[in-house]
Ligand binder design. Sequence first.
Ligand SMILES: Cc1cc2nc3c(=O)[nH]c(=O)nc-3n(C[C@H](O)[C@H](O)[C@H](O)COP(=O)(O)OP(=O)(O)OC[C@H]3O[C@@H](n4cnc5c(N)ncnc54)[C@H](O)[C@@H]3O)c2cc1C
Length: 273
Amino acid sequence: MSHHVEDTRVIAEDAPQYNATLVRREDHSAELASFWVRLDGDAIPFEAGQYMTAGVFADGKLWQRPYSVASAPAVAGTEGYELYVRLVPVIRFTTLLWRLREGARMRLIGPKGRFMLEPDDHRTHLYVSTGTGIAPFLAMIRQTQLAGSPRKTVVLHGVSFAEELGYREILESLERDATYPLRYVPTVSRPLDPRNAAWAGRTGRVEAVVGDVCHDLRLSADRTVVYICGNPEMILNVEGALMGRGFPEFHVKKELYWPKGKAPGEVAAATGS
Ligand SMILES: Cc1cc2nc3c(=O)[nH]c(=O)nc-3n(C[C@H](O)[C@H](O)[C@H](O)COP(=O)(O)OP(=O)(O)OC[C@H]3O[C@@H](n4cnc5c(N)ncnc54)[C@H](O)[C@@H]3O)c2cc1C
């Protein structure tokens, strides 16, 4: 379960593909956007935390990549599936996605993945992510809220620049209004950069602050389940920091967005596509 890492780029020939439309696009910055994709037919059920493979047509080909769904399963039939995406500056999938306007034809394949909540888990849920890795946690929070079964949650989210704290307003308002038993802990890794001049919150990479967060919020290994999502190096480092605090490995679940050791340029060079 938590040790399982599947090659998400390989899409089974027989995986059902669904025709879909980009119904809404919200640009948060030049490099971060939410894409709401709705199926033409009935919505396909999924579990919060799972991902869908999105397909875009270009050059007579279907290009596809996996994305964690950020929206609640309950709204798939009405609003669609929300994908929270970073533009990666290599000429591959995201550059094609960025060209799309509302109304564009797309495909969705899935759902897939095992990064899901356990039923009736009464431990505190510590969700650790960097960048767009926060997406599956939004689905988990939204769905458990809609279902009236919220979980005691701590959201540790790391970004380079404070303006990249996607979903900050939603998470801050859940915490402020106590509409969900949630602590939101954003941290920026480049505090000295002028873009962070106005930032007065926590600083440091998530792997460096996760120990302090556990200490400050009294998250003990026996009463906490940890979910980590995003950059593979970060995931390994956070896991290492938690093991050092006595967290057993099976209390930690992981979702890697790309294989360890792959920087954007290297992948393009390695695959030549
Ligand atoms: C299970 C799963 C869920 C995913 N969910 C999301 C998601 O919700 N949002 C999202 O933006 N991406 C997500 N990804 C990554 C996504 O599938 C693509 O790899 C990414 O959008 C880049 O696509 P590309 O074709 O432009 O570049 P690719 O050739 O796919 O990737 C090139 C390189 O870009 C870097 N990279 C990839 N994704 C990111 C990212 N999100 N942030 C920073 N650098 C990155 C890595 O170094 C990677 O090796 C997920 C991946 C997996 C396996």
